[in-house]
Design a protein around this ligand. Structure first.
Ligand SMILES: Nc1ncnc2c1ncn2[C@@H]1O[C@H](COP(=O)(O)OP(=O)(O)O)[C@@H](O)[C@H]1O
Ligand SMILES: [Mg+2]
Length: 256
């Protein structure tokens, strides 16, 4: 069995929630350079809460968060961004009244004008769909283009760690598959540590190097996707936990 790389980002036994009420408890995970770690689990399990805690939006009340050798527990989101953590939230991921180019420029807020110009070109190579759309207002984009812009905006700062909250939500199965197996896979291929929350468990398992199953705020199972799929209780736990979200018939093969 291949060994996992030394982690870029590591959560150790973290607890966090809203208004003093814990939503996730004692959750640990790690992601290293070139790795894709997928967190899957039913709606309301605490997946977004976990990501918000990792990027400093939510205060953790227990455990610690390490970025390489640095303890960054409860550091501000701006500090984490400066240290190379990029986060694409589940919603409100772009500025709709602004153009594609303006969104990218905002994403590069820590860079000089000259650096921004270079990075716009580079993220345009990652998402070749975007350069022809630079002057278009973001609210005129299709769902797929919008998600690409949201990721590209975060890539402007060339993060070491890329954290994606359900990037394929609302995309057709075909687009979802291409976003994951093409773009996300390639970003890991150039050495980024990718932490991915996904509803499409089967699609996520296909590209992930490591998977955590979060149920009711706690890690129920984790391991290599192939090992998880071999476990008898995996599908059962999943279905029993209510992962099957309402889906159109053509999406059925995306679900576990
Ligand atoms: N802003 C919030 N204030 C209070 N409770 C919240 C907030 N956001 C989420 N929750 C609660 O936290 C739990 C986990 O939500 P979330 O992390 O969004 O789950 P998931 O992303 O796995 O669907 C849910 O019970 C949800 O109602
Ligand atoms: Mg969520």
């Amino acid at each position: 069995m291949e060994e996992r790389p030394a982690p870029s980002l590591r959560a150790e036994h973290i607890t966090s929630g809203y208004g003093g009420v814990p939503v996730i408890r004692d959750v640990s995970l790690a992601v290293g350079p070139g790795e894709i770690v997928a967190v899957i689990g039913p709606n309301g399990a605490g997946k977004s809460t976990l990501l918000k805690s990792l990027v400093g939006i939510l205060r953790v009340t227990g455990g610690r968060i390490m970025l390489g050798e640095a303890d960054v527990t409860n550091h501000a989101p701006e500090d984490l961004a400066r240290r190379g953590v990029g986060y694409v939230p589940q919603v409100n991921d772009i500025f709709e009244p602004l153009t594609v180019l303006e969104n990218l420029e905002m994403g590069g807020y820590l860079l000089s004008t000259a650096q921004i110009r270079v990075r716009v070109g580079e993220v345009g190579n990652v998402f070749p769909q975007l350069p022809p759309l630079l002057k278009r207002r973001a609210d005129k984009l299709s769902g797929g283009e919008r998600k690409m812009l949201a990721i590209a905006r975060v890539l402007m700062l060339d993060p070491k760690v890329l954290i994606l909250d359900e990037p394929t939500a609302n995309l057709s199965p075909k687009l979802a598959d291409s976003l994951l197996s093409d773009h996300v896979k390639r970003l890991a291929g150039v050495g980024k540590a990718v932490l991915l929350v996904e509803q499409r468990a089967r699609a996520a398992l296909k590209i992930a190097d490591w998977t955590s199953v979060l149920v009711s705020g706690q890690t129920r199972l984790e391991g290599r996707p192939a090992e998880l799929l071999e476990r008898q209780d995996f599908e059962e736990l999943f279905l029993g936990a209510g992962t099957s979200t309402p889906a159109s018939p053509e999406e059925d093969d995306d679900k576990i």
